[in-house]
Design a protein around this ligand. Structure first.
Ligand SMILES: NC(=O)c1ccc[n+]([C@@H]2O[C@H](COP(=O)([O-])OP(=O)(O)OC[C@H]3O[C@@H](n4cnc5c(N)ncnc54)[C@H](O)[C@@H]3O)[C@@H](O)[C@H]2O)c1
Length: 267
């Protein structure tokens, strides 16, 4: 199939829903020959794989827990063995504090240590480990190898009550730079979404005392007055993965409806 990702073999983590699902499907639409759909939830990953096949690419479901090193190793080798290599690694899976605690106070002086560790393991350590373990395959790729990491605007500015999330996303932004340096000519970039309409964002709203107030608070700084769509983020991720971005590496791209463009909030 033709398209900017023509013939590429991709691996997307957290591809069972939300932004990861949208990226996996968009990769297929844009011509990828194969996409490995990695997630800890088998059912949602299988749904994504069906969507990938319907969009024209081969798909393989890989059930893995990114907090387990051997699972990450298996995820990478299974992809390469099944499809004959790896050209694009998308480190997308991420978790926020509310996935591990119902405590209303999750601030820097209240967060339980095990919640910090859990968020760190998924959001930052697993990104590094997947990069490390995929590096030999990416270095062998002759189809414009690239890594795309999912960071967040939370890694660029402080948000209340999610300290591990913000710190690990800041870590992803810097990991992107050092990966670009150490693995060149393999490219590595990241994108920083604002508020995107996915189960993660909806669950985060739901964890607040007043769900609607939380949504309003988070979207008030945006110049585009709506939630972002996973498909919009997926098109940016696919651009960064493609040869159209051949001169771009070590960079971060904000996709936030203009929220970080100013210090204001809409009425
Ligand atoms: N939605 C937003 O507003 C938003 C904003 C900024 C950044 N992001 C980032 O975008 C990425 C995707 O977010 P989303 O909103 O689509 O989230 P989501 O929760 O809707 O989907 C994340 C997926 O990752 C999987 N996952 C989580 N932990 C895992 C683990 N240990 N092992 C394997 N898979 C695991 C989940 O099963 C799920 O399918 C994350 O890195 C998130 O931090 C999201």
């Amino acid at each position: 199939m033709s398209g900017v990702l023509s013939g590429k073999i991709g691996l997307v983590t957290g591809a069972g829903q939300g932004i990861g699902r949208a990226i996996a499907v968009e990769m297929a639409r844009q011509g990828a020959s194969a996409v490995a759909v990695a997630d800890r939830t088998a059912e949602t990953a299988a749904e994504t794989a069906d969507l990938v096949r319907a969009a024209g690419a081969e798909a393989e479901v890989i059930v893995c827990d990114l907090r387990v090193r051997d699972d990450i190793a298996r995820m990478v080798t299974r992809t390469a063995e099944r499809f004959g290599g790896l050209d694009v690694l998308v480190n997308n899976a991420g978790v926020i504090e509310t996935a591990f605690t119902t405590a209303p106070d999750r601030g820097v002086d209240a967060l339980p240590e095990e919640v910090w560790d859990a968020v760190y393991e998924v959001n930052l350590k697993a990104v590094w480990l997947a990069t490390k373990l995929a590096a030999p395959y990416l270095r062998r790729s002759r189809r414009g190898p690239a890594i795309v990491n999912t960071a967040s605007v939370s890694g660029l500015t402080g948000f209340p009550n999610a300290p591990a999330y913000g710190v690990t996303k800041a870590g992803v932004i810097h990991l992107t730079k050092v990966t670009a340096v150490d693995l060149a000519p393999v490219r590595c970039n990241c994108f920083c979404p604002g508020v995107i309409d996915t189960p993660l964002a909806q669950d985060h709203f739901a964890a607040a005392k007043d769900r609607d107030a939380m949504e309003r608070e988070l979207t008030a700084p945006q110049l585009v007055e709506r939630l972002g769509r996973p498909e919009e983020v997926a098109r940016l991720a696919c651009f960064l993965a493609s040869d159209d971005a051949a001169f771009i590496t070590g960079s971060s791209y904000v996709i936030d409806g203009g929220a970080l463009a100013w210090l204001g909030a809409r009425d």
